[in-house]
Design a protein around this ligand. Sequence first.
Ligand SMILES: [Zn+2]
Ligand SMILES: [Zn+2]
Length: 253
Amino acid sequence: MLIDTHCHLFYDDLKNDLPAVLDRAKELDVTHFICVGTNMDDSRSSLLLSQTNQNIFASAGVHPHDAKNAPMDFIDQIYELMSFDGMVAVGEMGLDYYRNISDPEIQKSVFRDQMNIAQELKKPVIFHNRDADTDLIKILSEFPDVIGVSHCFSSTIETAQIFMDMGYYISFSGNLTFKNSHLSEVAKNVPLDRTLVETDCPFLSPVPYRGKPNEPGRTRFVAEKLSDIHDVSLEVIAERTTANAVKLFNLKL
Ligand SMILES: [Zn+2]
Ligand SMILES: [Zn+2]
């Protein structure tokens, strides 16, 4: 059994076809899902999905791309959303200096506000990091009691090690399966007790579906790639990554 620890099921193509999408996931042994909010509207949609399906958990947060459009009261809204059962993490938050859709100063401010919420609520965070290692490490280190996951990890092994030393998990997505990716070498050096799997669907389909819309069942291909990299069975990858997700997010399966 596998858990897709990071998916965005509120996108129309997934939401409008959800029973079939989840059936296909089940056939691939992907049975539970964390639907991650990226702004206030879709955090609310994620909460609703978690309330209508017991295998879906949810998170509430503001993605760095959405930081510039965060409503004035987003902090209050996140606190309110986090008060419901099934809300397992704060995020998706973080920094994206690759696209810089929001000004970096706004990204940092909105990220710190959410780290603060996680610290107050003693909840894990789900963070996004693209080309922002230095500032990201600096902000995480300001909140030593907070733990969580570096989702869709794309950085170096040195950065992975710093995150792990601070108590964070490393989550791999479809880009692990891309040919010639440096991430195979990174994944080999991340112990299985710190490894999580995800799709980040509808984005980033793994091989053999690269370039097509992604869906949660394809967590399976990320897990298969990890089983090659670590030279262990798929069952071992499934057991270890599922146990990690249950522990980090305190999931009641
Ligand atoms: Zn992300
Ligand atoms: Zn995401």
